[in-house]
Design a protein around this ligand. Structure first.
Ligand SMILES: Cc1ncc(COP(=O)(O)O)c(C=O)c1O
Length: 451
C-alpha cells in the first residue's frame, strides 16, 4: 500500500496542481471581486473549484473533476441540481418575459402552494432572499408590537442585515465593522436557553420579537435542547412577543410543512427562502393575517409597513418555486432524504470508529455535520454533549477541518462547512462514495485529526 499521508501544505499543492483552470479563474476573480469571492462561506484555502455544470447530486469543475455535492445550493436544492421539472418550468417562463412590471398568475399560484403546505400561513409576502425575509418579518413584528428590540440566539444565522448580524459567531457580543451602534441596543443576543430567554423577556419590555432557527444554530450545528421550541412558544405567547421561526433551511426540508409540522409548534411568522424558490433567488414571509396585512394597506394608510422590491415574486422564481413545491408536497421526498442522511451519518461514524478518530457525524433531517474534538468518542454523536455551543460553532474554523475539507475535495466530495445537505438525487452510489472518500481523506489527514 502506498503511503498516502500528506501534510496540509502537500494537500494544497496537489489540489492546486490538478486544477490549473480553477486556479487561473481564482486569480482573475481576485482582480475584480474582493477576496476573489461572492459569499463569505466560500472563503477557502487555496480556493474552491470553479464549477462548469451540475446535475443531480454531482457537479463538475473547469478542470474536469467530478464531485458529489453536499453544498446543494446552500440547502436550496432538495430535488438535486437541474431537476427536469424546474428546468422545464424556468425555460417555459423565460421566453414569456422575466419581469412583467405588473401582477402575474404565477405569484398567486406560488402563494397558494405555500399556504397549503405551511401551517398558519394565512397570508404570504414574497422577497428576493432569506435576508430580506428576516428583515421584513422583524419589521412586521415591530410594527405590530410597537416594541423596538429583537431577541436572537447565539450563533443562529438569519442573513446579513444589521439587526441579525451581531451574535452570529463568537465572540457573540462583537459588533462587526459597518454595523451601527444602534444594533447593539436593538438586538439582544441570548444563549439558546429557556431560563435566559425568560429572564430577558421579563426584564426588557422593549423586546417585541424573538427569532430562532428551529434546527438550532446554523442548520443544527448546535442542536437545541428538547422542549426548547415549545417552551419559547409558550414564553413569547404569554408576553405578547412575536415568535419568528426562521425556516429558510428547514422549510419544506424538515417536513412538507417545515419545522412547524415536524415539531408541532406554531409561529406567528415564518421566514422562508432556498427550497421555497426552487433553487432560484427568492424568499417569503408567511403567517398571521393581522401581522402581514399592514404591507397590503393603501399607500397613505396609517400603519402601512413599506415593502417594495423589484424582484419580489419575479416570474422566473415563481415558476421554479411552484414546480418545486408541487414535488416537495409529497412527504416521501423528505422521508427518503432523511433516511439516506441517517444512513450517511451512520456510515461516516463507522469510518471514524474503525479508525479511532475522535470525531462524530451528527445532524437532523436530511443534513449532516462533522465535528472533531478530543472529548468526542470515535463515531459517537452522543458524546458531542461535552462541547459548548461556542465550541461546536467554532469547530468549522479550525485548520484541521479545512485540511479535511480539502482532502474530501481531492477525493471527489464537496462538503459544505464540514457537513451538508442531501437531496432526492443522493442515492446509494453517492453515499458509498462519500463514506469511502472520508476513509481515504482521514488517512490523508493522519496526524491532524484527534485520536
Ligand atoms: C436560517 C437562515 N436564515 C436566513 C438566511 C439568509 O438567506 P439568504 O442567503 O437567502 O439571504 C440563511 C442563509 O443561509 C439561513 O440559513
Amino acid at each position: 500500500m502506498p503511503d498516502t499521508r500528506v501534510s496540509p501544505q502537500a494537500l494544497i499543492e496537489e489540489y492546486t496542481r490538478d486544477r490549473p483552470r480553477s486556479r487561473a479563474a481564482f486569480e482573475r476573480a481576485s482582480r475584480v471581486l474582493p477576496g476573489g469571492l461572492t459569499h463569505d462561506v466560500r472563503a477557502f484555502t487555496p480556493f474552491l473549484p470553479y464549477i462548469a455544470r451540475a446535475a443531480g447530486a454531482r457537479k463538475w469543475d473547469l478542470d474536469g473533476h467530478a464531485y458529489v455535492d453536499y453544498a446543494m445550493g446552500h440547502g436550496a436544492l432538495i430535488l438535486g441540481h437541474a431537476h427536469p421539472a424546474i428546468v422545464e418550468a424556468v425555460a417555459r417562463q423565460v421566453a414569456l418575459g422575466t419581469h412583467p412590471g405588473a401582477n402575474h398568475l404565477l405569484e398567486v399560484e406560488w402563494a397558494e402552494r405555500i399556504r397549503s403546505l405551511v401551517p398558519g400561513a394565512e397570508l404570504v409576502r414574497f422577497t428576493s432572499s432569506g435576508t430580506e425575509a428576516t428583515l421584513l418579518a422583524l419589521r412586521l413584528a415591530r410594527a405590530a408590537t410597537g416594541r423596538p428590540k429583537v431577541a436572537r440566539f447565539q450563533g443562529h444565522f438569519h442573513g446579513w442585515h444589521d439587526a441579525v448580524v451581531r451574535g452570529q459567531s463568537p465572540p457573540w457580543d462583537d459588533l462587526p465593522p459597518g454595523v451601527p451602534p444602534s444594533a447593539e441596543r436593538e438586538t439582544v443576543v441570548l444563549p439558546a436557553d429557556l431560563a435566559a430567554a425568560e429572564r430577558a423577556l421579563r426584564d426588557d419590555p422593549e423586546i417585541g420579537v424573538v427569532i430562532v432557527e428551529p434546527s438550532g444554530a446554523s442548520w443544527g450545528t448546535v442542536p437545541l435542547a428538547p422542549g426548547f421550541l415549545a417552551g419559547l412558544r409558550a414564553l413569547t405567547a404569554e408576553r405578547g412577543v412575536c415568535l419568528v421561526l426562521d425556516e429558510v433551511i428547514t422549510g419544506f426540508r424538515w417536513a412538507p410543512g417545515g419545522a412547524q409540522q415536524r415539531y408541532g409548534i406554531r409561529a406567528d411568522l415564518v421566514t422562508m427562502a432556498k427550497i421555497v424558490a426552487g433553487g432560484l433567488p427568492g424568499g417569503a414571509v408567511a403567517g398571521r393575517r393581522d401581522l402581514l396585512e399592514p404591507v397590503g394597506l393603501p399607500g397613505d394608510a396609517r400603519g402601512r409597513v413599506p415593502h417594495p422590491g423589484t424582484f419580489n415574486a419575479n416570474p422566473l422564481t415563481a415558476a421554479a418555486g411552484t414546480a418545486c413545491l408541487d414535488l416537495v408536497a409529497d412527504p416521501a421526498v423528505q422521508r427518503g432524504c432523511d433516511r439516506r442522511a441517517a444512513d450517511l451519518r451512520a456510515g461516516l461514524n463507522e469510518v471514524l470508529r474503525r479508525r479511532g478518530i475522535r470525531g462524530a457525524a451528527y445532524g437532523e433531517s436530511s443534513t449532516f455535520h462533522l465535528a472533531f474534538d478530543p472529548r468526542i468518542a470515535p463515531g459517537e454523536p452522543a458524546s458531542l454533549a461535552a462541547l459548548s455551543a461556542e465550541e461546536l460553532k467554532r469547530e468549522r474554523r479550525r485548520p484541521l477541518q479545512a485540511a479535511l475539507s480539502l482532502a474530501m475535495l481531492l477525493e471527489g466530495v464537496h462538503l459544505f462547512t464540514l457537513g451538508g445537505f442531501l437531496s432526492t438525487a443522493h442515492g446509494e452510489a453517492e453515499l458509498a462514495q462519500t463514506v469511502d472518500a472520508l476513509d481515504r481523506a482521514v488517512e490523508r489527514c493522519e496526524g491532524l485529526l484527534p485520536r
